[in-house]
Design a protein around this ligand. Sequence first.
Ligand code: SF4
Length: 369
Amino acid sequence: MDLERHDFQLDELIERIKANDNRLVALQIPEGLKMQALQMMDAIEDKTSAKIILAADPCYGACDLVHDKMSRMGVELVAHMGHSQMNIDSGMPTQFIDVTYDGDPSIDPVLPILAQHRAIAVNRLQAAQQESNLNDEEAQERFLDAVGRVAPLTGSKLGLVGSIQHLHLIFDYKERLEAAGYEVEVPVGGARLSVPGQVLGCNYSGDADDIGHYLFLGSGDFHPIGLVLHTGKPLAMLDPYSGDADEMSFKRIERILRQRFGLIMACDNAQSFGILIGSKPGQMRRTLALRMKRLLEKHGKKGYLLALEHIGPELIDFYPVDAFVNTACPRIAIDDSVRYSKPLITPFELEVALGEKQWETGYQFDEIP
Ligand code: SF4
């Protein structure tokens, strides 16, 4: 990561610490920036009279705000870096610290991909009018088809999204893409998202029927995989760090769907399930977990509620159940299921396995609203 070109906006935090005369502050930093943590602790301690405690457990999102354990240590303020505010209350005063990257790549490399994707969107828009009754085999085919399953589509606009450190550039890119002939929308999502164009690994709520394809401004494939699984729409990627353009391949999404299909089938005869509840503030879906338990009971099966802060194979594999259904971070089931010795599925997938949801509705991504 090119740290010279990142702006760690510590000034507001330092002013708040001084104004409140805070003496003990916890700093929470994403994994990719932990190497710089001690440097930042020095910078804050040099400019204030506060002592800084690094909350050094893994942190992958604002869903994972440190909470009561820090107040028990006497911490007065939590400084959470690199993620934006969510619709959760951790019970601790929290200052969110933006990190922005000034990388500003040309759109030229991505234009040929966008032209292909717009053509796919226009074709799909026409095909969406012709709905027909599907037999079982066709319904399962639709489930596995990353592109053809999406309906209704009412337009072929380009949706422009990005990860948080690049969103200060999003409206500048909107203008550039409009100048290149695209009708561009910067989606605004629900309460879990705080900035236009923002997407999370568990939330793509800004998606709309008139968006036919996407451009993602950011690096890595974590958000792109989730967005295509959620929407079924073609997605191009422009990496501000390298300037490279690419696309999320439908083959890759179909491989993931095939794996999900296999896990649902593997749960066919499962009689007992561990139902995972995440105890992190922004991942806790108790109501959903209880609904899954009731659903299993309705089908004559057993569900055991297991609450965990961190979830990993070593913490659950040994329970004598046939499978697990995950209501914590949705990406644990989607991205990590191969690490587990038993099937690990999402709540929607359990509903399909029990026959409560139909294949032909297409794959439904497990979104946290
Ligand atoms: S994808 Fe998972 S880690 Fe990321 S914000 Fe959502 S719940 Fe948190």
